[in-house]
Structures are given as C-alpha cells and as structure tokens.
Design a protein around this ligand. Structure first.
Ligand SMILES: [Zn+2]
Ligand SMILES: [Zn+2]
Length: 123
C-alpha cells in the first residue's frame, strides 16, 4: 500500500518536472533505482489516465507518451525526422479551433504533440 502511494507520488513529480512527454520506459529509467517496477509504473499511468490527471497519446512510433494535465496546458512540436522537441508557451490550436467551432460546429481534439519538420531537417 505504502509502495503504491510512493510510485504515484514519484510518477507525478517526474511528469511535472519533465520538459517533454515521457514514455513509461523514460519514467522507469529514472525510477528503477528506487525499487519501483515497470509494471507498477504502467498501473499508475493507467490509473492517472482514467482519472484524467494525465493525458496519454501515441507518438509517431506508436509508443504511448504521457503528459501531466495542467491548467496552463502545454504543447510540443516534434520533428518527425530527428525527434527534436520544442515546448510551446501558447496553444497552437486555440485560434483555428474557435474558427472551426464557429463555422463548422465541430470541436477539434487537441493533441499535446504536434508533428512536423524542424528547420535543420528542412534544409
Ligand atoms: Zn529535425
Ligand atoms: Zn492547447
């Protein structure tokens, strides 16, 4: 019981301090020294996703990535080629979405990660 609480606390702390969305393995890399198992990390991520505390989506390799939901939500740009990630301090969907909502009565789902090509790979 105690251990479960510790896992939840540590997973939350790591996601909070992360600059990019993390995979379960990324979290495990940080936590395995604390005797926290990969399966307990998966269980915690699963519970948190169901509770709406964290957002889960798949990266372009089909691997699940997790972001802590915050009031002040963030998006990341990720280069499909070199996987460089850039954190945005604004919502790239905001303007487009309100227009689509108004004109098409349709609500677009936001994804935390927006894929594209960075300037180094564009050359
Ligand atoms: Zn790139
Ligand atoms: Zn947004």
């Amino acid at each position: 019981m105690l251990k479960k609480t510790k896992t939840r606390k540590r997973v939350e702390e790591i996601l909070l301090s992360a600059d990019t969305p993390l995979t379960a393995n990324d979290i495990y890399t940080i936590l395995h020294q604390e005797q926290i198992t990969l399966s307990s990390i998966y269980r915690t991520l699963d519970t948190y996703t169901k509770e709406g505390i964290i957002a889960k989506e798949n990266n372009i390799d089909g691997i699940a990535i997790y972001t802590l939901k915050q009031d002040d939500h963030h998006h990341f740009l990720e280069c499909k080629n070199c996987h460089k990630k850039i954190k945005l301090d604004y919502c790239p969907y905001h303007q487009a979405n309100s227009k689509i909502k108004k004109n098409n009565a349709f609500e677009v789902d936001e994804t935390n990660v927006v894929y594209g090509t960075c300037k180094d790979c564009k050359k």
